[in-house]
Structures are given as C-alpha cells and as structure tokens.
Design a protein around this ligand. Structure first.
Ligand SMILES: [Zn+2]
Length: 277
C-alpha cells in the first residue's frame, strides 16, 4: 500500500501566529520539531495499517521545514519548492491514499486560526461554485489522479471543511481557534497519539472513501482581498473580470485551474506591492 502525505504547518498543535511558522523566527525550530512529530505519527499510523511505501511532501512555505533525519528511515520526502503540483507534489495514480497533516482552514473562517488559501490575498476560491480551501484543493488534486483523501489532521475547522467535501474521512483536530491569532490546543504528545490512531483507522476505511473528483471543465472563481489584484489578474490571458474583486477562468481540469491559481497569487502579490487599493 502506497501513501502520500502532504504536510503544512499552520494547522499543527499550538501554532497561533504566522510569525511562528516563519523560517527566520526564533520559535521556528520548535515548530518544525512539532510538525515533524505529527508527520512521523501519521507515518507510524500508516505503517500500523500496512503501508509499505510512503512519500511526504513538505508543503509549508519554502518546503524546508521537516527534520528528515527524525522521520522513519524508510520514507522519501519532497523538500523545497518543487516544479509540479504545489502542496501535492509527488502525487501520481500509483498511490492508494492521501493524508493531510497540519492543515488549516480557509480565509474568513469564523474561529479558524490563521485561515488562508495559499496566500492571504485570496478572499475566496471556488471550483464550479464550491468554496475550496487548501484542504479541498489538495483533495481535488489527489482526486484528479484517482487517489482518495482519507485522513486530515489540523485545525478543527479545516477538518470540518474537509468533511463537507469528502465523506467518511478520518479527521483529527489538534486545536481549535479561539481567535484569529488564538488557539485552544492539544499538547504535541496527545496530538501525536491521536494522529497515529486516526491514520491507522483511515487506511482501514479505504473501501468506504471515494476520490474527490471535481467535474470537468472547471469554472474557477477567485475573489481577491483588493480590487487592484483583480484588475491585474484579469490581464492574464483567458482570465475574465467578474466584479470589483473577482475574476473567473474556465479550466480544462483541476490541475489546469491550480496552475492558473498560482499565477494569480503571484500577480496579487505584485498588486499589493503597488499600493493599498
Ligand atoms: Zn497552508
């Protein structure tokens, strides 16, 4: 059995501010340790259920977070910024299951701590009318390759959002927001224990979980935080302006949509650097 694990940082136990997830911050060494522990717990759970091949994608920010030397010696890890598929780098049709560890809610989620979708410039992302956060996007990319998302750990709201898209998955909340920069968290040790148990349980339910497949073609709608972001985004070929802060793009499939979405994030970053509009 082959398992793909995508690991983010904002959803791990204790993190309550994006400063802590920044490579240059004094708290970062502690956070990467906790993130590594949660990924290792998911690996152990997968092994308990009989997984023999595991690929981990270090999916937070620059992709240089996990302490690979502290992971099960027999896994492989994608580190740094890969060419393909963002947070789902490495996924192929050969995998049996997809796990998400350390995932967080989407932007503007009430009580969802540090909620965002790739960047803080995106107010809302929709595929064929369905709102997507990073969890939905990663599930959809796995689904494109016929691989079911079966396990999610992270912010309680990320799990709620994942469960609204994919039936029967196992979710392990490591914390819940008590403010946009505040959490009520499990201890890392308790989180690891529950993640290991949940990961094993999820692979046991593999027959009950369908890949999350987004119907083709995909109408992608992106609402930005600022109008100038939408103005510049609408100058990308085939991207159309919808209203003051939104654009649309008709994609052939989710992977096509995803790559345009990445470009729109870069355009939005540039627009932000131009001024406050
Ligand atoms: Zn993220």
């Amino acid at each position: 059995m082959k398992v793909h694990i995508t690991a983010d940082m904002e959803g791990i136990a204790t993190i309550c501010h994006d400063d802590q997830a920044d490579l240059k911050n004094a708290e970062f060494p502690r956070m990467r340790e906790i993130m590594t522990g949660e990924v290792q717990a998911a690996i152990e759970g997968a092994r308990d259920a009989g997984a023999d091949e595991i690929l981990v994608c270090d999916a937070h920010d620059t992709g240089r977070n996990l302490l690979i030397e502290k992971l099960d010696h027999d896994v492989e890890v994608i580190e740094g910024s890969a060419y393909d598929l963002g947070m789902m780098s490495g996924i192929t049709r050969d995998f049996d299951a997809s796990f998400q560890v350390g995932y967080h809610s989407m932007r503007h989620t009430h009580a969802g701590v540090l909620g965002h979708t790739y960047t803080y410039h995106i107010a809302e992302l929709r595929f064929n009318g369905t709102i997507m956060g990073e969890s939905g996007l990663s599930a959809a990319i796995a689904g494109h390759f016929g691989v079911p998302l079966v396990f999610v750990s992270g912010d309680a709201h990320a799990i709620r959002q994942a469960k609204s898209l994919v039936k029967n998955i196992v979710g392990v909340p490591t914390k819940e927001g008590v403010g946009l920069y505040g959490v009520r968290s499990l201890t890392p040790e308790k989180a690891r224990k529950l993640i290991r148990k949940g990961a094993k349980e999820a692979l046991g339910k593999l027959d009950e979980i369908e890949p999350y497949v987004v119907k083709k073609p995909v109408l992608m709608e992106v609402e930005f935080e600022r109008p100038l972001m939408a103005q510049y985004a609408s100058q990308v070929p085939l991207v159309k302006r919808k209203d003051a802060k939104s654009v649309t793009y008709k994609a052939s499939d989710v992977v096509d949509a995803f790559y345009v979405f990445l470009v729109l994030n870069m355009v939005a970053s540039y627009a932000k650097s131009e001024g406050p509009l």
